[in-house]
Unconditional design. Structure first.
Lengths: 525, 305
């Protein structure tokens, strides 16, 4: 009797174990994201929206990826090599890769995809510029292709990891026309199954997947479906998250974070923004900022730690230079090197420049008061940051007026270069952002709103792009950061923490250094 | 009836022409360049010029307007700048969700409004009357983005009765109530005053003296007469509900025309904005013509002249 019972228990246990293993293997379940915006198009080569980039992290594959330390790692290519001093790059693809329609993703397919991104009729806003340095793609054999660049361009590898650079089935794109934007054919671990306008985008697992990057499982993931539910209202996203209708909210509204911390039904993961959240740009063409001493004085006059406390409620750090610690290329010595909060030094520099004050009155030079106008975008954090700066400037006799204008208009005005100062923020994946902000070729067209035209700085930035040795590049970037700090082209304020909220039922998801949830190894309880 | 309908339709033509002209000029006069917004920060001056030419935005405004009008007459509202999809199809994809929401909200408004208004008019306690009318005042005054979130908090998060972002029948309840409540409040006040007026008239006294039961008087005699102005207002409220769907669809993440309009404006997607405004104009004019017809049918004194 006892023996019989024991057998029965054992049999049941075995059955349960087998069933459990089978379940774990099969996985499944639906993971729902509540996301603020709907894509313009899901064609990675035609999109301008961030959400398409996010979806392509799951539905698409890029030639290279970045691993969890932020270093370049395998993607569709398992090996890559530079020659001719970084002018040509040879890539070897992983074997047996197929698109979601079953056609092979070989060297020829990669060439067709890149050529489509570059073709003028594609009108590619972002992917086109990612591949812009490419002059030639040569197919060596089925798994090998060679890319020739216009000039050696170190950030190019980074472009290859951008999800908007995901390889698409160009033949299908040509055949489907604009419909390709609704149902793109790519090769990622999930594929686009449906797009219900205004409602949701549904991804289903690609069971044929077997080419995951080396830092994740290679084969198809456990999660069977991913849904992007489009929820424009932040409060509703949070409510849907709290009610369990959505398991992921990214980015999670910072003001709601404290309510969920310590609640074991949810997880809040944070990472430092890859970019400087708010900084002031000073236009060197216009008085009073044509004088570097005035620009430096402003840097000494602001205590940005107050902004971190008040505007960010402590969720972030003070910024000291043009790069954040979260972007490769950040110089560790920046915090010590940057001008410190010190009103006395600020006043001394201003006195040197001819600006003096009676007691606590306004600063004057030749009878004229030291005033300027700051253009601020109409975002809450920007306006509050500007107000704190305004108060601190007022303490040493500088009268700053805040003009809040619509962002598009602000951009147009600062490109013209007749303004005095403006507030900005940025997010980027690599240090080549300094080209966009400071290279003289970007004055009037790009983001060089300081209108600072210096051959010396241009040369440094160009060197950072052509050097292929990482240590040499790091040294160049350190030099660039010091140079810009010396010239005080910016008054850096703060870098915020970003949050992703996940339901506790999501296990094994990892925050990638580029700020998204890596789900290849994740499961749903 | 037919000549009346025809006259209403002919009268709508200049109105729609005006709507199309307004829709077109509004989108071109507001600041913010669609091309720079589309291309983002990396755009060079050449990129901007190239895309502008490709999209036909470099042609003179009257030419652009003419093309827009001729195409619209053929039911072609152009192609979205952002998605590359035909705007008419994008609107068709979303019109169902907005129609469902508007009609459901209308249902809520009529049922709740007429019931509360009648209750306030017939019962004799000034306290109950005051309570109902203050509730109605709050209903009118509360903005829907606020009342919607309160309803989510109570009925979805705390009580768990309704889903927040589902698109099916259960998901329609909270948005319909949110959108319908202000209209219900308007109808309640109107029903109350109309009913009080009718109840004071001679034929009601006659009915009473004949011995008709109180409920019969209200239901059969008074309410019927009181509802004539109410029907008119219901028709006018339809336009308000459509406008209100802009906010309610955003709060409840519903895929309708209202939210589509907001996104289109934010992205400066000119063909989308023009298409939506024109479409909304047509619907509005159509609904108003319909209300005129119903109104004339209910009250023979107005007549179809």
């Amino acid at each position: 009797m006892v023996k019989k019972t024991l057998h029965l228990v054992l049999a049941l246990l075995t059955a349960a174990l087998v069933a459990g293993t089978a379940l774990a293997q099969q996985g499944g379940g639906t993971l729902t994201f509540a996301y603020s915006e709907e894509p313009d198009t899901l064609d990675p080569q035609r999109t301008t929206t961030a959400v398409t980039g996010l979806i392509m992290r799951y539905a698409g594959d890029t030639i290279l990826t970045k691993d969890l330390t932020g270093a370049y790692a395998d993607g569709l290519a398992e090996a890559w090599e530079a020659s001719d001093g970084g002018l040509t790059w040879t890539f070897t693809l992983k074997p047996g890769v197929t698109f979601h329609d079953g056609t092979p993703l070989d060297a020829e397919a990669v060439r067709a995809s890149i050529q489509r991104a570059l073709a003028p009729e594609t009108q590619s806003p972002i992917a086109g510029s990612l591949f812009a340095p490419v002059t030639d793609i040569e197919v060596v054999d089925a798994r090998t292709f060679r890319i020739t660049l216009e000039t050696p361009f170190a950030p190019f590898l980074d472009n290859l990891t951008d999800p908007r650079g995901a390889i698409v089935q160009a033949a299908a794109a040509a055949e489907m026309g604009t419909e390709f934007g609704r149902r793109p054919v790519t090769s990622g671990p999930w594929r686009i199954a449906a797009w219900e306008s205004g409602e949701r985008i549904v991804l289903e697992r690609n069971d044929a997947y077997a080419w995951g990057p080396s830092y994740t499982r290679a084969d198809a993931p456990s999660i069977g479906r991913i849904e992007f539910r489009i929820v424009p209202e932040a409060a509703t996203r949070v409510a849907a998250f709290e009610a369990g209708e959505a398991q992921v909210v990214t980015p999670f509204p910072v003001t709601d974070v404290p309510r969920f911390l310590g609640d074991d039904r949810f997880q809040m993961v944070s990472f430092l923004r890859k970019g400087v959240g708010r900084f002031m740009e000073l236009n060197v063409l216009v008085a009073p900022f044509d004088d570097v001493r005035v620009r430096r004085a402003l840097n000494h006059a602001v205590d940005a730690s107050i902004m971190v406390d008040v505007v960010l409620e402590g969720r972030g750090i003070q910024a000291y230079g043009v790069l954040p610690p979260s972007i490769w290329g950040y110089w560790e010595g920046m915090e010590d090197y940057a001008p410190k909060y010190d009103p006395e030094t600020a006043l001394a520099l201003l006195a040197e420049a001819g600006w003096t004050r009676d007691g606590s009155g306004p600063l004057r030079k030749d009878g004229e008061a030291l005033t300027f106008t700051l253009l601020s975008p109409p975002f809450d954090d920007a306006v509050r940051t500007a107000q704190i700066a305004q108060q601190q400037f007022a303490e040493i006799g500088i009268d700053m007026t805040i003009e809040t204008i619509e962002f598009g208009t602000l951009l147009a005005r600062v490109k013209e270069g007749t303004h005095q100062a403006n507030l900005m923020g940025y997010t980027y994946t690599n240090p080549d952002i300094v080209h966009l902000w400071f290279h003289s070729s970007n004055i009037g067209t790009g983001l060089a709103h300081s209108h600072f035209d210096s051959p010396e700085l241009d040369a440094l930035i160009e060197r950072s792009r052509t050097e292929t040795d990482d240590d040499a590049r790091l040294a160049t970037y350190a030099e660039i950061q010091r140079f810009i700090s010396d010239q005080a082209l910016w008054v850096p304020f703060w870098i915020n923490d970003n949050y992703i909220g996940t339901n506790a039922s999501l296990v094994g998801a990892v925050v990638h250094p580029d700020g998204f949830l890596l789900l290849n190894d994740a499961t749903l309880d | 009836m037919f000549p009346f309908l025809l006259r209403r339709l002919i009268a709508a033509v200049p109105v729609l022409f005006g709507v199309s002209l307004l829709a077109f000029s509004m989108t071109h006069l507001t600041p913010g360049d669609p091309v720079t917004i589309m291309l983002g920060e990396r755009a060079t001056a050449e990129d901007v010029t190239r895309l502008r030419t490709e999209l036909g935005l470099d042609r003179p405004l009257p030419v652009q307007y003419g093309t827009f009008l001729v195409r619209a007459l053929r039911g072609d509202l152009g192609t979205s700048l952002r998605s590359g999809q035909p705007v008419a199809r994008e609107i068709a994809d979303r019109v169902g969700a907005t129609a469902a929401l508007t009609f459901a909200a209308m249902g809520v408004a009529v049922v709740v409004g007429v019931l509360l208004g009648t209750l306030a008019a017939i019962q004799r306690s000034p306290l109950v009357d005051a309570i109902i009318m203050s509730v109605a005042l709050v209903g009118i005054s509360m903005p829907t983005f606020w009342s919607g979130l309160l309803l989510i908090l109570l009925f979805a998060l705390t009580l768990g009765w309704f889903p927040i972002t589902a698109s099916g029948g259960a998901g329609l309840v909270l948005p319909a109530v949110t959108l319908g409540l202000p209209a219900a409040a308007v109808l309640a006040r109107l029903t109350r005053s109309a009913l009080l007026e009718v109840l004071g008239q001679d034929f009601i006294r006659t009915a009473k003296s004949k011995g008709v039961a109180a409920t019969g008087i209200v239901a059969r005699h008074a309410l019927r007469n009181a509802l004539i102005p109410v029907v008119t207002i219901v028709g006018l409220q339809f336009g308000n509900l459509m406008a209100g769907s802009v906010i309610v669809e955003s709060v409840f993440a519903r895929a309708g025309i209202g939210r589509f309009a907001v996104n289109a404006i934010m992205a400066r997607d000119l063909p989308q904005v023009q298409g939506i405004v024109l479409f909304a104009g047509v619907v509005y004019v159509g609904v108003n013509a319909l209300v005129d017809l119903v109104y004339a049918a209910i009250d023979p004194r107005i007549g179809v002249k």
